[in-house]
Design a protein around this ligand. Structure first.
Ligand code: PDD
Length: 299
């Protein structure tokens, strides 16, 4: 059974799927993306991801390529046609194909591409054993709240971390505070048990998974402190972890060669992972909406 991709209205074999060389996604990284997890056949936080997809497009002045309803249908078709039960579905939208020129082209339809790949949520090695991370300079642009395909800074960050012997990068801004991980939100649990993650401004991508934890944690009477923190505070933390739609909650057991807590996945990360899986199964009520809700100073 061939792997199937969706490109501008057609389901095509993955190995034949392509976009035009003048696509602005290729020429300018002029596009956005989303990743939706399908866990046990259920779309997880789909509403939030589509909310954020629409907002990213809006911020860049790119129209929705298809209606939200159609997109929901295509996401399900991708899972069905690829015969997947557990998957990450990638949705990419660009400003479309036009003669190479910087200003927006007039009356050009956006391009849309979907791919789906199998992902093992159960017994996931990174979730069970945790990963190591290394801090690197955050060299990205100032609109990190938009989920753009312009990912070169994150590619370099992750490679720098891997070349330094770590699995992932935690990016640090010019003021010395952690922004987020290369493709997930970064969290710490302080010695006195407080959950801390960076406040959502234009400096980070407000994760949909992170937003789900605002709901999940409030149901558990666990308070989240939304504020910036330094690598030094993280070294002293009891636990650290990353959240994203790909692997949900991944414990970070070592940062810059220093053990975090016991150097093993901690109880808070494990608990939050289990809670998110229950939430994904629909056992914690409605899935969240996503709103940009930027802190006032940077909105
Ligand atoms: N990344 N921050 C960054 C920079 C990200 O790229 C991501 C997601 C997140 C977490 O967002 P969410 O919880 O909505 O997945 C935070 C996706 C998964 C990726 O690039 O593959």
């Amino acid at each position: 059974m061939p792997r199937i991709a969706y490109v501008n209205g057609s389901y095509v074999p993955h190995h034949e799927a392509s976009v035009h060389i003048e696509d602005r996604g290729f020429q300018f990284a002029d596009g956005i993306y989303e990743v939706v997890a399908c866990i046990n056949g259920k779309m997880t936080d789909e509403r939030g991801h589509l909310d954020r997809l629409e907002r990213s497009l809006d911020e860049l002045g790119i129209p929705m390529p298809v209606t939200r309803r159609s997109l929901q249908f295509i996401i399900r078709e991708m899972v069905r046609r690829n015969r997947l039960k557990n998957a990450n579905v990638y949705i990419q939208v660009t400003r479309g194909v036009a003669k190479r020129d910087f200003p927006f082209p007039v009356e050009v339809p956006p391009s849309i591409v979907l791919t789906a790949r199998n992902f093992q949520f159960d017994n996931n090695k990174n979730v069970e054993k945790g990963v190591t991370a290394m801090t690197v300079a955050d060299i990205r642009w100032k609109r990190r709240d938009i989920k753009t395909t312009m990912l070169l800074a994150q590619v370099l960050a992750k490679q720098e971390a891997m070349d330094g012997g770590a699995y992932d990068a935690w990016m640090v801004d010019d003021e010395g505070f952690v922004t987020e991980a290369s493709s997930s939100n970064a969290w710490i649990v302080t010695k006195d048990g407080k959950l801390v993650t960076r406040n959502a401004t234009t400096s980070i991508l407000r994760g949909v998974t992170r937003t789900a934890f605002e709901k999940i944690c409030s149901g558990l009477q666990m308070k989240i402190e939304e504020r910036a923190f330094t690598p030094a505070e993280a070294y002293e933390a009891q636990e650290a972890f990353n959240t994203s739609a790909v692997a949900l909650v991944v414990p970070v057991i070592m940062l810059d060669g220093k053990k975090i807590g016991t150097g093993e996945p901690g109880p808070v990360a494990k608990k939050l992972y289990a809670e998110y899986r229950a939430y994904a199964e629909g056992q914690r009520g409605e899935h969240v909406e996503w709103v940009a809700n930027l802190d006032e100073d940077e909105a």
